[in-house]
Design a protein around this ligand. Structure first.
Ligand code: CP
Ligand code: NVA
Length: 315
């Protein structure tokens, strides 16, 4: 039996497939622009298809961009709050996968445990898409690579700096660095470093990925500076969320992206953040709202990148 075209993590793809998804996203972005100028036919390859979207955590960009991408491509979506389904009261992930596969044509899930995503994929007979887990966020970083290239040309051989928490988004940047062939320097405190497994994988693939302790060392001469929140959604919602916030603040304050730090990067370096952001914590308002920031383009490109992902999943 052929496996469905799951979109689970960037490291599972070869560079050519990811390039194909991005080219498709860019073509559809252009096509949409043409449509708004009244010069192109409707782009509706997903007519009759429905994407179920399971959210076990909040979302603005992922939810709205998938919903709009499906609508604009002629398909439909079904929003499922994880807690309102039987999944929330213990029906197994495998049974949920089997049942949903009988109703819908693809499933996107945002969940905490990465194992829930992989179990869903192992038991679904339709494509499953990773809409963020505690381990990774592939849809986001694909949009980020697209954004970098729109502003600065090919990302291959360029230098990206990550400063702050070595979290799910950082992990996917590591996958992307290897698959797209760019250099990545991550500055994270030791206790929040990216997982040893992902770093070992990058090394085994010959990736140019290094972890440094000082943000200045990561950012120096970088073409792009990236950061993310100090506390991710699952941590915030956890039992010790409030206490953890104070602790993380003290730990990560030296990793803040501010004007001084941006000044160490190349003079035309871009600033990226997947959003939502906390101004005054991981980034100052002067940077995120300043001339080097491309955060709104990143957010927009989530829509276009989702189209590349969806059309790949549907073959
Ligand atoms: N960046 C991102 O995934 O945003 P949402 O949490 O709003 O989906
Ligand atoms: N690291 C963040 C990303 C949000 C899009 C989180 O997991 O909450």
């Amino acid at each position: 039996m052929n496996l469905p075209n799951h979109f689970l993590d960037l490291h599972e793809f070869d560079g050519a497939t990811l390039r194909g998804i991005l080219s498709n996203a860019s073509l559809r972005k252009e096509k949409r622009r043409g449509m708004s100028r009244g010069s192109a036919d409707a782009d509706r390859p997903l007519g009759g298809k429905t994407l179920a979207m399971i959210f076990e955590k909040p979302s603005t960009r992922t939810r709205v961009s998938f919903e709009m991408a499906m609508r604009q491509l002629g398909g439909d979506t079904l929003y499922l709050n994880g807690n309102d389904t039987q999944l929330g009261r213990g029906e197994t992930v495998a049974d949920t996968a089997r049942v949903l596969s009988r109703y819908v044509d693809a499933i996107m899930i945002r969940t905490s445990q990465h194992g829930v995503l992989t179990e869903l994929a192992a038991n679904a007979t339709v494509p499953v898409i990773n809409g963020l887990t505690d381990q990774s966020h592939p849809c986001q970083v694909l949009a980020d690579v697209m954004t970098f290239e729109e502003h600065r040309g090919p990302i291959k051989g360029r230098s990206v700096a990550w400063t702050g928490d070595g979290n799910n988004v950082a992990t996917t940047w590591i996958h992307a660095a290897v698959r797209f062939g760019f250099g990545l320097k991550l500055a994270c405190p030791q206790e929040r470093a990216p997982s040893a497994d992902v770093l070992a994988w990058a090394k085994s693939q010959g990736g140019d990925v290094v972890v440094v302790e000082r943000p200045d060392d990561a950012v120096k001469n970088a073409d792009c500076v990236v950061t993310d929140v100090w506390l991710s959604m699952s941590e915030e919602a956890g039992e010790n969320g409030a206490a953890l916030r104070g602790r993380r603040h003290n730990l990560l304050a030296p990793y803040q992206v501010n004007d001084r730090l941006m000044g160490l990067a190349k003079s035309d370096a871009l600033f990226m953040h997947c959003l939502p952001a906390h101004r005054g914590d991981e980034v100052t308002a002067s940077v995120i709202d300043g001339p080097q920031s491309v955060v709104w383009d990143e957010a927009e490109n989530r829509l276009h990148a989702q189209k590349g992902i969806l059309t790949w999943c549907f073959g």
